[in-house]
Design a protein around this ligand. Structure first.
Ligand code: GLN
Length: 193
């Protein structure tokens, strides 16, 4: 069975655990660096990326996640998690893992539209999928290797570069299982290869 961990230091990890289990993965919460060893994939949830960075300073999380990726692990960052994966973070700038060749602009939709739910164009996932945006970032300056899996008004909101996926929204907060299912299927394929 494909083992997918969810970084459980802060933020919305419970809903991801449910969504992953429903998608057929063995879902586990990840609270210590050592928990990564037994996983095929790691989901980095939404929350507050600066708070997450502070909590991640307690253990060598950056080194461990980069090593996890280098040894073939898959990653999926949603919202704050996507910000942590980016090559570069803007407004304001802050450290990031640099595992996804995009720039992430934090809180890009302004205060007026703090959170909203909308339908996204996702032809790769079979049509329109719902997405919940909460103080969401915007992904810009996409590298050539980035594949856009879903967009909103022409802007990329779900992207992937091989084993690394990122969503600027919260797929775990809707009842639509397609995004978690597609991720778990891709992890299973990597595992079988
Ligand atoms: N605005 C948050 C940040 O910049 C992300 C919000 C979220 O994860 N829902 O880290």
């Amino acid at each position: 069975m494909t083992a997918v961990g969810v970084l459980a230091l802060q933020g919305g990890f419970e809903a991801h655990l449910h969504a992953l289990a429903r998608a057929g993965a063995q879902a586990r919460d990840v609270r210590r660096v050592g928990h990564l060893a037994a996983l095929d994939a790691l989901v980095m949830p939404g929350g507050e990326s600066t708070t997450l960075l502070n909590l991640m300073a307690d253990e060598p999380w950056f080194d461990a996640i980069r090593a996890f990726h280098a040894r073939g692990g898959s990653l999926f960052g949603t919202c704050a998690g996507a910000i942590l994966l980016a090559r570069e973070v803007r407004r304001p700038s802050q450290p990031s893992l640099g595992l996804l060749d995009v720039a992430a602009e934090r809180n890009a939709y302004g205060r007026q539209v703090d959170s909203f739910e909308t339908l996204l164009e996702a032809p790769a996932l079979g049509g329109l999928v719902p997405g919940v945006f909460i103080r969401a970032p915007r992904l810009t300056d996409l590298g050539r290797s980035i594949e856009v899996l879903a967009s909103r008004d022409g802007e990329p909101v779900l992207v992937r570069d091989g084993r690394v996926w990122a969503a600027t929204f919260h797929p775990e907060l809707t009842n639509d299982p397609r995004i978690h299912r597609a991720f778990v299927e891709s992890v299973s394929r990597v595992r079988a290869a």
